[in-house]
Design a protein around this ligand. Structure first.
Ligand SMILES: Nc1nc2c(c(=O)[nH]1)N[C@H]1C(S)=C(S)[C@@H](COP(=O)(O)OP(=O)(O)OC[C@H]3O[C@@H](n4cnc5c(=O)[nH]c(N)nc54)[C@H](O)[C@@H]3O)O[C@H]1N2
Ligand SMILES: Nc1nc2c(c(=O)[nH]1)N[C@H]1C(S)=C(S)[C@@H](COP(=O)(O)OP(=O)(O)OC[C@H]3O[C@@H](n4cnc5c(=O)[nH]c(N)nc54)[C@H](O)[C@@H]3O)O[C@H]1N2
Ligand code: SF4
Ligand SMILES: [Mo]
Length: 678
């Protein structure tokens, strides 16, 4: 087959590589060898021809003048941004010479890979890189920044990331978007809800700390105080049991511990729950009755409430709800937190943990990057960053940037741009965009596996993650054949999945012909929990030091600052991606802090003025938006803005690096701040 790269004009199939549940099928239009348009694939059953504005404007990013074209070495101070072009040969030699030294003098654990899913391609994000760092014996990274608290909580109840098929939600009559700003972050779930609203008169409810875009689209917005959602879920259970809106035969057949749970939730009566959550008693009763009496009823559980001190327990708790009403057994009922378990592939084949000589290398939680760089003993002496921008996205950002400033830290950053993190690098390597690579993609929301074939040639001298780690392996004189495998071979190895009942005979050739293949998914009747059932009561939790039954534990108050600070993502960026594209910045305008009128009055701050937002960790300058879009005591900002002019927009200067109750998760949204006039 001729490669798409060699055909200068035409329309080619592709897939969106961004960290977004929708994982859209794309059509890429090329003229004279350049991409001129990115559109949704109308034939893709979930994408249906629609994509977000961010990616419709992708050419702005692909051909942005600021894209890195060649490797560079630092010539100024760390953070200053002075670099000089070098060859790939010099770059690889410099890196491997430094690492050979470290292996001799400090041991391999002095080297830390730091990566996340800037490109969701399985080869890019967890392929050749893992093989390389396993063989090297580097410290390991616990990639816990996104959904690990929620995933751990969900696992206690359901055994693994199994939800329903989102395509089935067109049958739903009730959608509860719980802590998810789906209009911005899962737009095709919103299209499905909109379709169900038209066809079945489905109602759409949003539970959030902020009247965001999704709340504005909903039939009913329920504002809640941050970190109190577990109490609400337990309150709903109280009413469901008390008013006999539970499905007894489902409970008996498919769950463990419903009798203990019924007794246990007696304490979460509507008056108590109202005083915790800030939701009026009538609304709690109304929501419980709506949920108990509507079928199919669907819960979309978002990432927001699990970025809190008590985030794991929230997801553990809320995922019990569909079992109480038997909604898992109804087409279009049930829930989705994540669906990655259905598309589980052969990670041992892909990542080759057998290449590790020392199985007990230390593991470093990525949420503690600043702390690790500043205090770990023995110290981290070299950092290799790819597919993530920790100077902007990691919590306790001032500590992170201070750590990156360390003169004795040898830092390499592989990215498409000179990110805020790359400013601190000793060596910067240019990365290809996903449209320049071969890779395969597995959504964590829908059930399709998709392939990316290169559509355009590599930009400048840029190289893919797979290529970079092949070169590094050569430079380190690693002789294992694992480093010679082609992309097609890696895909075939990863899709050798004898233990996954949902994936059959999918491989590189099949994907090349079909572009996307749906897993043959059925909601499992036997779950991978210890009992094989939905665990309302969990003996495993008890063994792990948690209460066996779900309970509400309030957030930690780390200071007396009056406002709980919720700094989430925005509509036109994807985490910090696009925050450096003029077009996307224009669309998003400027970073804002949303305040309640009451709190603004107390702080003497007016709508539209720039304000200082601060706590012991640092400060930001944001524009106040004052009104009734948040409850009293809550401050919301959206977007991981960059540091173009100064660091005053870096909201993670204010976020805590405490670790959540489960999964080593982040607590981005549990911090506190004050707001003053500038
Ligand atoms: N446009 C866009 N899309 C994205 C991203 C992006 O940056 N921009 N990021 C991608 C990534 S990596 C992820 S993980 C997902 C995240 O997308 P979502 O799952 O939507 O998660 P968040 O946007 O972090 O938070 C969702 C909502 O939770 C609310 N929230 C915060 N604390 C609480 C609470 O205590 N209780 C309740 N009920 N609500 C609370 C916030 O106000 C927010 O509206 O989106 C992905 N998609
Ligand atoms: N305050 C606050 N902080 C947050 C969050 C929040 O809600 N609030 N959300 C958190 C969450 S859920 C997440 S997932 C993280 C996400 O944070 P990150 O994973 O850092 O995501 P991005 O900011 O999009 O940065 C991805 C980087 O990868 C680069 N990249 C893209 N493709 C490739 C490739 O193929 N190879 C290489 N080498 N590089 C590539 C991009 O250019 C970009 O610089 O942020 C977290 N931080
Ligand atoms: S970011 Fe999400 S919605 Fe936008 S094109 Fe990519 S997968 Fe689709
Ligand atoms: Mo995320």
């Amino acid at each position: 087959m001729t490669s798409f790269v060699d055909i200068p004009n035409g329309v080619f199939p592709s897939v969106c590589s961004l960290d977004c549940p929708d994982q859209c099928g794309l059509l890429i239009k090329k003229e004279n060898g350049k991409i001129v348009k990115v559109e949704g694939d109308p034939d893709h059953p979930v994408t249906k021809g629609f994509i977000c504005n961010k990616v419709r404007n992708m050419t702005e990013r692909l051909y942005d003048e600021k894209r890195l074209k060649y490797p560079m070495k630092r010539v100024g101070a760390k953070g200053e941004g002075h670099f000089e072009q070098i060859s790939w040969d010099e770059a690889i030699k410099t890196i491997t010479a430094n690492w050979k030294d470290l292996l001799q003098n400090d041991g391999a654990e002095s080297i830390l890979p730091y990566s996340f899913y800037g490109n969701m391609g399985n080869l890019a994000a967890e392929g050749m890189d893992r093989r390389f760092f396993h063989r090297l014996g580097a410290s390991k990274l616990d990639r816990s920044i996104c959904n690990s608290a929620g995933a751990a909580g969900y696992k206690y109840t359901m055994g693994a990331s199994f939800g329903i098929d989102p395509e089935d939600t067109i049958h739903s009559k009730l959608f509860i978007f719980w802590g998810i700003n789906a209009v911005s972050t899962n737009m095709h779930q919103v299209s499905l809800a909109q379709q169900a609203r038209k066809q079945n008169g489905a109602k759409i409810v949003v539970i959030d700390v902020h009247k965001n875009q999704t709340a504005k689209f909903a039939d009913w917005f329920i504002p809640i105080l941050p970190g109190t959602d577990t109490a609400l879920a337990l309150g709903l259970m109280h009413i469901l049991f008390a008013e006999n809106m539970v499905d007894h035969s489902f409970l008996e057949q498919y769950t463990v511990g419903f009798e203990q749970l019924r007794e246990h939730v007696e304490q979460y009566d509507p008056i108590t729950v109202s005083s915790i959550t800030g939701i009026p008693v009538e609304d709690i009763l109304k929501l419980a009755r709506m949920y108990g009496q509507t079928s199919p009823a669907f819960l979309r559980i978002g990432n927001g409430p699990q970025h809190h001190d008590n985030g794991g327990m929230f997801v553990r708790t809320v995922s019990c709800l569909p079992a109480l009403t038997g909604q898992w057994a109804v087409k279009g009922g049930g829930a989705i937190k994540g669906n990655s378990a259905y598309l589980a592939f052969n990670t041992a084949n892909l990542q080759r943990p057998d290449l590790q000589q020392n199985k007990n290398t230390r593991v470093i939680n990525m949420n503690l990057l600043g702390e690790a760089l500043l205090t770990l003993d023995p110290p981290i002496k070299s950092l290799f960053v790819y597919g993530t921008n920790p100077a902007v996205v990691a919590p306790a950002g001032n500590k992170v940037r201070k750590g990156l400033e360390r003169e004795d830290l040898f830092t390499v950053v592989h990215d498409l741009f000179l990110t805020e993190t790359a400013l601190y690098a000793d060596i910067v390597l240019p990365a290809t965009s996903s449209f320049e690579n071969t890779d395969f993609y597995t959504s964590y929301w829908h059930h399709y596996i998709q392939i990316q074939q290169p559509v355009i040639e590599a930009y400048g001298e840029s190289k893919s993650n797979v290529e970079v780690f092949r070169l590094l392996a050569k430079g380190m004189n690693f002789s294992e054949t694992a480093f010679d495998d082609t992309e097609a071979e890696l895909i075939d190895q990863a899709l050798e999945t004898p233990t996954n009942p949902y994936i059959h005979e999918i491989n590189f050739d099949v994907l090349s012909k079909k572009q996307y293949v749906k897993a043959e998914v059925e909601f499992p009747t036997k779950l991978p929990t210890p009992s094989g059932k939905i665990e309302l009561y969990s003996e495993k939790m008890k063994q792990d030091g948690y209460p066996a039954l779900p309970i509400y534990i309030p957030l930690i108050n780390d200071s007396d600052h009056p406002l709980r600070f919720i700094a989430g993502p925005n509509h036109n960026f994807l985490n910090s991606t696009f925050a450096n594209q003029n077009k996307h910045v224009e669309l998003e305008k400027e970073p804002v802090i949303v305040l309640n009128q009451f709190d603004a009055d107390l702080a003497g701050v007016e709508d539209g003025e720039k304000v200082r937002v601060w706590n012991e960790q640092g400060e930001c300058v944001l524009k106040a938006s004052v009104g009734e879009n948040v409850l009293r005591g809550v401050a919301v900002t959206q977007g991981l803005w960059g540091a173009d002019d100064d660091t005053k927009h870096l909201v993670n200067s204010l976020t805590p690096d405490r670790i959540a109750d489960m999964g080593g998760g982040a607590t981005f949204f549990s911090g506190r701040v004050s707001v003053n006039k500038l």
